[in-house]
Design a protein around this ligand. Structure first.
Ligand code: TYD
Length: 205
């Protein structure tokens, strides 16, 4: 089982990831492995630093997408696939859809083009479910004080990010679940758990 949390900056992905981890370990008795994107491996963390540092200047979406995909391919090879083989439930804070939306839709490279690159980078590693936390970027940004390079983008960029996620969810309804990010964290968690419980009862591994 491999669950991914996606959504714009500040929508509450890491809170939900933490709550789901606790549910799986404490209530469902499963062993959980958490990865974060970009990062998660030594190489990935170095690429993350490059991507997020203001000193990197303006990186084009073309450069960004290959750096993100390189980090992701390494993460799939070294961490996610082995963890799934060991029977862990893997939880990810962002995965391929982040690149599709940030570089493909908002950055203009094209949704299908980035999906194709993603198929190369991730190969057979496919999420069981992608939880998309949907929230108006103006509300999400209220939650931030410090902004790194990726987060200091114009409001229009973040609106395209939100629309991009909704477009992906419409296109892949079976793999995704859009959740209202303005709900209180505990209510959102309940919706996540309902979905995961169905997978556990259905015998997913
Ligand atoms: P994020 O996980 O939100 O970092 P933090 O929680 O430390 O703020 O990701 C950092 C930024 O990277 C975020 O603005 C989204 C962006 N990003 C992409 O543009 N493409 C990608 O493929 C990924 C994984 C992230």
């Amino acid at each position: 089982m491999f669950y991914v949390f996606e959504g714009g900056d500040g929508v509450g992905k890491s809170t939900q990831l933490g709550l789901l981890k606790r549910y799986l370990e404490v209530e469902a008795g499963r062993r959980v492995y958490i990865v974060r994107e970009p990062g998660g491996t030594d190489l990935g963390e170095r690429l993350r630093e490059i991507l997020l540092a203001p000193e990197s200047g303006d990186l084009s979406p073309q450069v960004e997408v290959f750096l993100f995909m390189a980090a992701r391919a390494h993460l799939c090879e070294k961490e996610i696939r082995p963890a799934l083989r060991r029977g862990r439930v893997v939880l990810a804070d962002r995965f391929l859809w982040s690149s599709v939306v940030y570089q493909g839709v908002a950055g203009g490279l094209g949704l299908d083009e980035v999906l194709r690159l993603g198929a190369i980078a991730t190969s057979d590693v496919r999420p069981t479910r992608i939880f998309v936390l949907d929230l108006d970027p103006d509300l999400a940004f209220g939650r931030f004080r410090d902004r790194d390079r990726m987060e200091s983008r114009p409001a229009e960029f973040h609106r395209r990010v939100r629309d991009g996620y909704l477009a992906l969810a419409r296109r892949f309804p079976a793999e995704s679940l859009v959740l209202d990010g303005s709900l209180p964290a505990e209510e959102l968690h309940e919706l996540v758990v309902q979905s995961v419980r169905r997978d556990l009862e259905g015998g997913a591994t």
